[in-house]
Write a protein of this length. Sequence first.
Length: 380
Amino acid sequence: MPYFPPSIVTIDLSAITHNFRKVKKRVGPSVKVLAVVKSDGYGHGLVQAAKRLSSSFGASRDEAADAFGVSFVQEGITLRKAGVKEPIMVLGGALHGEEDAVPVHSLVPFVSSMEGIQRLNAAGKKARRKIKVHIKADTGMSRLGMPLKEVLPSLRECSKLKFIKVEGLCTHFAFAFLKDKKKNLRQLKRFDNLVQEVRKEGHAIPTIHACNSAGIFAYPEAHYDMVRPGIVLYGSSPFDYPFPGLDLKPAMRWTTRIVHIRELKKGDTVSYGGNFTVSRDSRIAALPVGYARGLFRNLSGRIQVLVRGRRVQQVGTICMDFTSIDVSAIDNCRVGEEAILIGSENGEEITASEMAGNLGSISYEIHCHVGSLAKRRYVK
């Protein structure tokens, strides 16, 4: 019996390659690129995104990441089991109790405390393997990362540990996406001062890095030795304002099909609660997608979808498995026709950023949410 998924997320892997090349062009040949594929590749597929950018799977020199970034150890293990050979950096560090897996799978954790480093040293001793780490300095994010005053003492302690090698020093920008640069420049100055102090004390750290997606494009002076693109790889802007010249290609397209069409009279209501009343005789189509498969209920009445390349309004309350759209303006609209929730057709486009704006959120959340709930397929 054939299976027809209610909605499909199509991932264009060539778009990921295109966006990666834009990053490479921005930073130049001397700066390494750590491709961030955490959270299931921002909903695009952890393994699929990494393989696309891995020289182990045929990516050319200009299209291959120098390393990959994940949030958690388990994600790193998944990539290793998939055959990824490049360095895999665990941006969230090794959680308590996971340390023994780090040397087994040759992972490179970011570290935020001397206590965590000591646990990794013990794991390295047990495995008889030196563990590479990147010390993360907190310059203003106030999430993970060492307080600045602890970095130099920690480096001195690390030099005494037999099974720890400090390979990198990094920070994470909290404000790079903002148009007002004051706060981010303050962060950058703190980090730059720290880097100078570290070098002055004679600590030889091969890789210094700070830039996330927004930092790569807005702060070229902060590229250092490596950058960490995330959302830009998948074709969404990280900025909260129009940033010129990004030239990104969205990799995610989300589609469904019309399963039913009703002829409603003026005054009829649509969906739970009757919150939408048709103001004229209308044709209302049902789509087999709702909040159980990625379409947030809070988007009710706030979004449009594309049918034949034309925008039509979503109406009524979004249900668990269905939602309604007004197709009155589409001549002879039929059951089975495609409806595009995210994507483009005939010069019209609905982006994840547009949907996120209607939700009061960001494209990151839309990508992760939709990609995890809808059936995915890949095109090259």
